[in-house]
Write a protein that binds this ligand. Structure first.
Ligand code: HEC
Length: 111
């Protein structure tokens, strides 16, 4: 009886733990994958970011010009410019939900 209860509890908790392990919070994903170009503050003023002429995500006009679907598409597929990869796509590393969360995260940079 005790064992059965333990097994039941484990089978309840395991998927929960697995889910937590796979879906990193947007803050963490942003820090790990995006800050080296877009900057921790989203202004794109890093060394690489300046070279790539990145947009300032704290700028209300920049935010207004961006569409959620477009942002999702870019994070999924990346950005190519004349056959050269400017930003890689993250669809293999991040789940659809994580990408959606990153879009929401970028929206919060707006001053
Ligand atoms: C190697 C540098 C680099 C990294 C790393 C990078 N990006 Fe980008 N990102 C770019 C470039 C370059 C563009 C295109 C800018 C342009 O064409 O104006 C871009 C464009 C975007 C856009 C489309 C809107 C825009 O600014 O034009 C979004 C959204 C975006 N990046 C999000 C992310 C997210 C989220 C991550 C991390 C998962 C990330 N980027 C990582 C370089 C990078």
């Amino acid at each position: 009886m005790k064992t059965t209860a333990k097994i039941a509890l484990t089978s309840l908790l395991l998927p929960l733990a697995a889910g937590l392990a796979f879906a990193a919070p947007a803050t963490e994903n942003w820090d790990n994958h995006c800050t080296k170009c877009h900057g921790a503050d989203g202004k794109g003023l890093t060394k690489v970011g300046k070279k790539l002429n990145l947009k300032d995500y704290t700028d209300a006009k920049v935010q207004a010009d961006l569409k959620d679907e477009e942002m999702c598409k870019v994070i999924n597929a990346g950005v190519m410019d004349k056959g050269k990869e400017k930003m890689k796509g993250y669809k293999d590393e991040l789940s659809a939900d994580e990408i959606k969360d990153l879009v929401a995260y970028i929206r919060k940079f707006k001053a």
